[in-house]
Design a protein around this ligand. Structure first.
Ligand SMILES: C[S@@+](CC[C@H](N)C(=O)[O-])C[C@H]1O[C@@H](n2cnc3c(N)ncnc32)[C@H](O)[C@@H]1O
Length: 250
């Protein structure tokens, strides 16, 4: 089954805006791999945090269709302008907001977003490089590349609807197993949809979705004791999300 995604030649650019790269392509590949599920999911509202050039939100809009509503944010004002041009060049629409993660949108979007996509700044850097103006905000992720990721995850949890899905790019240095464990304690199951080894990076695209069994366990306070965390993280057998998979079962 073919599906249209954003065409690189129609993606707008600016010297201060992140150009689509291996991580952006891997995220769109994961969306394509999950296309059948996405169409069955019938999302009403989709959100991208950190839209950069607009390559991902445009591709998502082309994959899912204009029956859904789209919103994209970026902390970099140039990115918002470039994303507008990229969307327009492909004949699709999204509401664009220049903000930090989803600041100012929490009340309006709480519990309403059916799909969130994020390719965050994940590169381990000195902490003072995080949140700098311009292109540096595209990759500077602070300690273990987790500073922005760890701020985005609770926001995603707040905004996602009961049936909401989150697709997120991680790097091995971000400790994706620990991210999955943290999300599991909030009631989310997870699976790696795409793993990609580039010359410089080992990337994962992880899909998170609410799992009612995990949510019951959380309500009954059956969380994983911190002392067991290390041994759990080393036990790959209990983490199906750690196996590379294009399985469509979720
Ligand atoms: C790795 S780039 C990804 C861009 C685009 N989504 C893609 O995949 O090509 C990360 C993007 O997140 C934006 N960003 C960084 N920190 C942010 C924050 N706190 N809130 C919103 N956007 C942020 C950056 O400006 C940049 O455009």
């Amino acid at each position: 089954m073919s599906s249209r995604i954003a065409q690189i030649r129609l993606v707008s650019s600016h010297p201060e805006v992140y150009e689509p790269c291996d991580d952006s392509f891997a995220l769109v590949d994961a969306l394509l791999a999950d296309r059948t599920n996405l169409l069955q999911h019938q999302p009403a509202l989709c959100l991208e945090l950190g839209c950069g050039s607009g390559y991902v939100i445009t591709s998502l809009a082309l994959i899912v269709g204009q029956e859904a509503q789209y919103i994209a944010t970026d902390i970099n004002p140039h990115a918002v302008k470039v994303t507008h041009e990229t969307l327009e060049a492909h004949g699709v629409h999204a509401e664009l907001i220049n903000t930090n993660i989803a600041s100012g949108l929490e009340e309006r979007l709480k519990g309403l977003v059916d799909v969130i996509v994020v390719n965050p700044p994940y590169v381990p850097t000195p902490e003072d490089e995080v949140g700098r103006e311009g292109i540096a905000s595209a990759w500077a992720g602070g300690e273990n590349g987790r500073t922005v990721i760890d701020k985005m995850l609770p926001v995603a949890d707040t905004l996602l609807s009961k049936k909401g899905w989150l697709y997120m790019v991680t790097l091995t240095e971000n400790n994706p197993a620990q991210i999955c464990l943290q999300m599991r304690e909030k009631g989310y199951a997870s699976r790696i949809l795409v793993q990609r080894l580039t010359e410089e990076e080992n990337l994962q695209i992880i899909k998170f979705w609410r799992d009612s069994d995990l949510q019951v366990a959380e309500k009954e306070n059956k969380t994983v004791p911190a002392k067991d965390m290390e041994s759990l993280l080393s036990d790959f057998h209990i983490f199906p999300f750690l196996r590379g998979s294009h399985d469509d079962s979720s």
